[in-house]
Ligand binder design. Sequence first.
Ligand code: FEO
Ligand code: CA
Ligand code: CA
Ligand code: CA
Length: 730
Amino acid sequence: MNEITRQEFLADPDDAITNVSDNPSFESILNARLSRRSILKGSFGFAATTFLGGGLAACAGTSYEPSLKLNFNAVAKSLADAVVVPSGYTVTVLYRLGDPINAATPAYMNDGADTSASFASRAGDHHDGIHYFGLSSDGKYSAGANDRGLLCMNHEAITPAYLHPNGATIVNSVRTVSDEVIKEMHAHGVSVIEVAKSGSAVTYKQNSGFNRRVTTFTDMTLSGPAAGTAAMITAYSPDGSKTRGTINNCAHGATPWGTYLTCEENWAGYFRRITATDNPNRTAKELASFSRYGVAGNGRELWATATASDSTDTSFSRWNAMKLGTSADGRDDFRNVANTYGWVVEIDPFSPTSTPKKRTAMGRFAHEGAWLGPVAAGKPLVWYMGCDSRMEYIYKYVSTANWDPADVNKGMTAGDKYLNDGKLYVAKFNADGTGQWLELKFGSNNIMAAYAPYAFADQADVLINTRLAADAAGATKMDRPEWGAVNPANGEVYMTLTNNNSSNRTISNLDAANPRFYNDPKGTAQTAQRGNPNGHIVRWAEAGGNVAATSFAWDVFLFGARSTADGTNVNVSNLTAANDFSSPDGLWFAPSTGLLWIETDDGAYTDVTNCMLLAAVAGKVGDGAKKTITSTDGATSKAVDTFVGKALGETNLRRFLVGPKECEITGLAETPDGKALFVNIQHPGEDTAPTFSNPSSFGSHWPDGGNARPRSATIVITKDDGGQVGGSLS
Ligand code: FEO
Ligand code: CA
Ligand code: CA
Ligand code: CA
């Protein structure tokens, strides 16, 4: 496409509204401006476009003269072991670690004695990404259903200490109690639970036939260009067509046809690969791939060290990614198993017996999530994705097939249509406030056999080694991309860059989109935390409002900071005590109102406050100004020009919730009417090693209180007057 300048994008404050033109020329942008003006006269800005969850029409077209108003008083920062919300709101604990999902499973004892087998029908640990699918009376997906729905949520990881009577049993770095490992393998994955809402009361239905656990044991089909290739062959699947389970499911996505996307993030760490032994047995390309993804070490939970009672049972040996067999292709070991993880996985929650599919066309990396862009009939679908690691990239996937609303409720068949064939791009952020989407296609953008660090063979190789392809293409290294969110009012995309440290983000490699290097002084000793410890949120507008565009304009929506930090170069967004935050992670636009929710997963500001949830009224790309930020490491200083969104002030940004001790606030979903907000409280008390003989020493007792062991849990927040949560349209 023709590149357009940032000035052309932003000359008219109205021009960033999404249209569905597939011709992103300057003329088409002008035409779009004109058509938008006429559309706005009808107070409806998104005529051809719908979003998941429905309820959009009321807020469309309002983002530039917002009628959205926050409806609560900011809560103070807190170190209490409690969920704090504003007055006028009520918190209900819905679904905790260990809660049963069928009638036959007893209540969770929460003392480590619950059996490993029972965990196949209990809530997993570390609740993370979450999505609400409305459920119709005939058991189908119904986007607008408020009273009955399916909640899909990820169980990213575990706090092993609290799963067993006295923590994990480990002798000389070996898991000697294999039953404990089976319990841990069940505690990962995904839950599907049916929920019901009656007035402001929200409950989950323990005996629903829709309830399901997907775990590390669940059979999964590999699909798309990398499926069935030699790199996918394992002892579990000699033809490379399938793999077993999913792991480290962080954030998520959804499809317009009514399926859930669960995203595999820090999967690499679960595999055992002792490099001194294994490296001499591997090819140069294999070593380059392992190195780029971090497949090395003992395995974070040491699962590969457990012993199965039956020698044909590969439940534990499957976590050993070393070359142990004698076959030429890997059908007698798990040397290739790591290639079967790191994908976006589609699950049909409306079909509890369906086999999930890993969608290889969407690339393999540390997938945080996959966020659906504007949906329009006859146009491609787009998902925005982040690779959450320091100095990693932002991606998008654009389907080849154009959206047909008749595909709603077609489940995995629709997935085969839209998610197996498309273009994968990586983002490059330019210093002038524009950016490019670089296609990750074999034979283009330096992605070829002649690329010295990694000789690409074909498109399947590109998809399995997406990070290396993005390196070759010249993408911009970001400060840990976490969640994305798409503004229902104008199609602009927001993405959190949670933080970075001083060994990766140095004063010399600052750039316009990652422009700060500073010290966050932590604790009474005011320990230096240099780099970008508080993070920021970047946003962009696609050229012409076209989801398939290959250029965009960007700015920084918000910079995290202590309100007391230097207001020129650190607290650039002028945060106050009512809205200061650090390490933004979860991000989500409420479909009913367009309110933007921001969650934190922080370790920097935690001397002052537990992690939190904030509510914002977002503006638009270019509503602020160009700004020069000057950073110093004490010896040298550097000035970097960037683009900063208009300061929100306390009117448009307020702290809504603070969580219990040592937790992360993550996962957001709402009923379509915006009257019930689901939030996940992940791993309260995880930082304090427990002394089991002294339960009062636990790092948290939330949510059960007393001397109870802490539990990750989903909470529901409702407004006491029955209104919309956080904000409403006036
Ligand atoms: Fe699982 Fe990137 O947080
Ligand atoms: Ca996250
Ligand atoms: Ca995080
Ligand atoms: Ca976490």
